[in-house]
Design a protein around this ligand. Sequence first.
Ligand SMILES: [Mg+2]
Length: 182
Amino acid sequence: MTPKTDSGIIIIEINKEGEKKMEKMKKVFLDLDGTLVRFNVERALERFDNEKGFFANLLAFDNIEIVNKLATKGNLFIISASPNEQADKDKMEWIKKYLPNICLDNITICRIGENKAKIIQEKYAVTFDASCFLLDDYTKNLWEWEQMGGIGIKRLTVDADNSTNKWKGLTLSSLEELINFC
Ligand SMILES: [Mg+2]
């Protein structure tokens, strides 16, 4: 399902005359592995844990340049789980290479197994509402995001096709569809 969204802003306040409206920009948080990064390589999990530079050399999915272009608006964020400090560095290198328009303040690397929604809530003054999205291939992360009040978008790829139909919410098959959420 490809969602049709509005122009990317929502009305949050009307002044006392009822005329002027305040508008709020959407925030879109992006996972890396299996969402922006092609993680489907041999012995990926083992190499990810132990091999220096492994993550930095992984390829991006098609249309990553569209994501980088959209990032100039400042409302795209990265939230990615990593097993150790070496992988943290490698991930930062990957982001620098493919998404140079995402500023440092918008990047969060957490540890594997942590609740991404909680990490983001603690780090930023984010209101988890219909303007706060998480794009992720891992359904558990999306459920936790929606429990907090945000909107999950399931990233569909050849490796994560939602064939078990566990996820009932929004989905995204190609990164160019991200424009609908920004
Ligand atoms: Mg992932």
